[in-house]
Design a protein around this ligand. Structure first.
Ligand SMILES: *[C@@H]1O[C@H](CO)[C@@H](O)[C@H](O)[C@H]1NC(C)=O
Length: 187
């Protein structure tokens, strides 16, 4: 009696790990007003594959290109890369960062030069993709991807609190000096 009911509730949980999902990754040159599709990617909790790669063409003087995606909420997440990294002669990899619910929360982009020894026949342009899973309690803060906003800038974190915590003694010292100086000026 209870088991079927339990299964009804557990099935969606199991499905969320297996479900094939898809995302469009965009290339967005800094000088362009809107992004263009770079690749259509399908992924599940363990692997991803590029269904369709559209090699981008940038203006010759284009220097920086944002690479990112839109969350279902409509907000943009991405990284910035040198436009030359997207040239045909590089080995390009898009990284999909999945959280513990297997939802995509960030993308990364890495590039390595194609080995000159393999120039012979293997020079086809393309894009690779890999899944980077967030494991609870195993992620050192250093490996956090840098969050860039739509303007390609690093999101600023407020630092006032830690500044005050660090230098409260200096602030107190300055106040004491001012009180002493004011007291001395009075007589
Ligand atoms: C993810 O997809 C790959 C390739 O389609 C498949 O081999 C793998 O079993 C899938 N993983 C899960 C958890 O469904």
């Amino acid at each position: 009696m209870l088991l079927p009911i339990l299964l009804v509730f557990l099935a969606p949980l199991a499905l969320s790990a297996q479900t094939q999902r898809s995302v469009d990754v965009f290339a967005w040159p800094l000088s362009a007003s809107k992004p263009t599709t770079l690749a259509h990617i399908t992924y599940n909790s363990t692997s991803a594959s590029v269904q369709n790669y559209i090699a981008p063409h940038f203006a010759a003087d284009e220097e920086v290109v944002r690479i990112g995606f839109y969350h279902p909420s409509g907000s943009w997440s991405g990284v910035a890369s040198a436009a030359s990294n997207l040239a045909a002669n590089t080995h390009k990899t898009v990284q999909l960062y999945l959280n513990t619910d297997h939802d995509l929360y960030h993308v990364g982009f890495k590039v390595s030069p194609v080995a000159s020894s393999s120039k012979s026949g293997n020079s086809k342009d393309g894009l690779n993709v890999e899944v980077v899973r967030l494991r609870p309690g195993q992620m050192p803060p250093l490996s956090k991807p840098v969050q860039l906003n739509a303007q390609g800038k690093v999101e600023e974190k407020p630092v006032e609190k830690s500044f005050v915590q660090k230098y409260w003694w200096a602030i107190v010292g300055v106040l004491v000096v001012q009180i002493v100086v004011a007291a001395m000026g009075k007589d």
